[in-house]
Design a protein around this ligand. Structure first.
Ligand SMILES: O=c1nc2n(C[C@H](O)[C@H](O)[C@H](O)CO)c3cc(O)ccc3cc-2c(=O)[nH]1
Ligand SMILES: C[C@H]1O[C@@H](n2cnc3c(N)ncnc32)[C@H](O)[C@@H]1O
Ligand code: MET
Ligand code: SF4
Length: 362
């Protein structure tokens, strides 16, 4: 059905009638949300080594030049974040650095790790020790890789981006939609609360957007694990001059996401990349993770707004702003969280950091 589906044994059939219905959805057809949520995080870019070469991405460095954060650097970032009231350590970094990056491999081996996932496990331990809840998005993951870190993560994520074969993902080192769908499925099988989303403006058309959202819905219907769907505009940078979607496109794509997913699944718009004030009537109910401490290392030209700005946005929408944890409340209540995560939430409360109050503040 989707490019690469067979390679990863992904069995998702999209109903043509559902596609047609989504293609008619406009902003006026969706209900605005009753509140806006956000999370406070620190961005921990473990490595800029990446197996892929997405043409819109300035994050990755070529072999020989890639960075690798040391355990001490990870601890420093997490400690500062905890001191500044953050709840989440966002581990998002280059996808599965392979044998092309021998220097990265050698450094990991010197620190006693066979793979980036083993290192991610160690990094998640550090975050927990410093009082933060890990949320890892290392891109595509095998079941074995995800299982290596799942018990130390409050939630995990990968952007589906698109189910279409687009040139931006092309070339010899191409992302495969089938592999990304398989990653989202694996999270469902392992019971990991999950964040995903679409990247708008990378060469996909309206039908591709509808099919991508329906593929996410299908996996959520099977496992119930999708906590939020990000509708993210691609933004220009020194590698990407393919433009950013115009407002009408972004409004329609956001409304389409709202219409495609059940109400319990949040629709997130990133306030440093998208004109969120113009999207408030398109069904968004979450503003994602913002950091008082670190840059958005993926889009460093786009600074996070301060929480005061989020408050002003919510007030423009006439709805309350509520802080949340990286794991959504219902998953915590329904017992999805691994023991270590439940313990960390409890320990934060005992230390006066009130993680449960963030959950309860609804
Ligand atoms: O699951 C993901 N979360 C991403 N997040 C996290 C997200 O905004 C929230 O922290 C999650 O909603 C946690 O629930 C980002 C946060 C940033 O600060 C910058 C970039 C991203 C990108 C992603 C992403 O691709 N996937
Ligand atoms: C964390 C997510 O950031 C997205 N990402 C990478 N480069 C860009 C860009 N130029 N604009 C917007 N999003 C981008 C990818 O979809 C990745 O999954
Ligand atoms: C730094 S981009 C986010 C993580 C991963 N490389 C991906 O594209 O999915
Ligand atoms: S978007 Fe992620 S997978 Fe693509 S090149 Fe950048 S770091 Fe690698």
């Amino acid at each position: 059905m989707f490019p690469g589906s067979d390679d990863y044994d992904v069995d998702i059939a999209i109903d043509e009638e559902d596609v047609e219905r989504l293609l008619t959805v406009m902003p006026a057809d969706v209900e605005p949300a009753g509140e806006l949520t956000f999370a406070r995080n620190v961005f921990v870019p473990l490595t800029t080594a990446c197996r892929y070469t997405c043409t819109y991405c300035t994050y990755y460095d070529p072999p020989g030049q890639a960075s690798l954060l040391s355990p001490e650097e990870i601890r420093d970032i997490c400690r500062t974040g905890a001191e500044r009231g953050c709840t989440e350590a966002l581990f998002t970094f280059g996808d599965d650095p392979d044998a092309r990056y021998t220097d990265v491999h050698d450094q990991l081996a010197e620190w006693g790790h066979d793979s980036i996932h083993e290192y991610l496990r160690a990094a998640s331990e550090i975050a927990l020790e410093e009082g933060l809840l890990p949320h890892a998005n290392p891109g595509d993951q095998t079941r074995e890789q995800m299982a290596t870190v799942a018990d130390l993560n409050a939630s995990m994520g990968v952007m589906l981006e698109t189910t279409a074969d687009v040139q931006a993902h092309g070339g010899p080192r191409a992302k495969s939609p089938g592999q990304r769908l398989a990653t989202i499925r694996t999270a469902g099988e392992l019971g990991v609360p999950f964040t995903t989303g679409i990247l708008v403006g990378i060469g996909e058309d309206w039908r591709d957007r509808a099919e991508s959202l329906l593929a996410i819905r299908t996996l959520h219907e099977r496992y119930g694990h999708i906590q939020e769907v990000i509708v993210q505009p691609v933004v220009e940078n020194e590698r990407w001059n393919g433009g950013t979607p115009d407002l009408a496109t972004l409004r329609r794509a956001t409304a389409m996401a709202r219409a495609a997913l059940p109400e319990a699944v949040s629709i997130q718009s990133p306030p440093n990349l998208a004109p969120v004030r113009e999207l408030l009537d398109c069904g968004i109910d979450d503003l994602g993770g913002v950091s008082p401490v670190t840059d958005d290392h993926i889009n460093p030209d786009h600074a996070w707004p301060a929480v005061e700005e989020l408050r002003s946005i919510a007030s423009a929408a006439g709805v309350p702003l509520r802080e949340r944890l990286p794991v959504y409340e219902r998953y915590y209540r329904e017992g999805w969280c691994p023991d270590r995560i439940e313990d960390a939430i409890e320990a934060a409360d005992e230390a006066g950091r009130r993680f449960r109050a963030v959950l309860d503040d609804s």
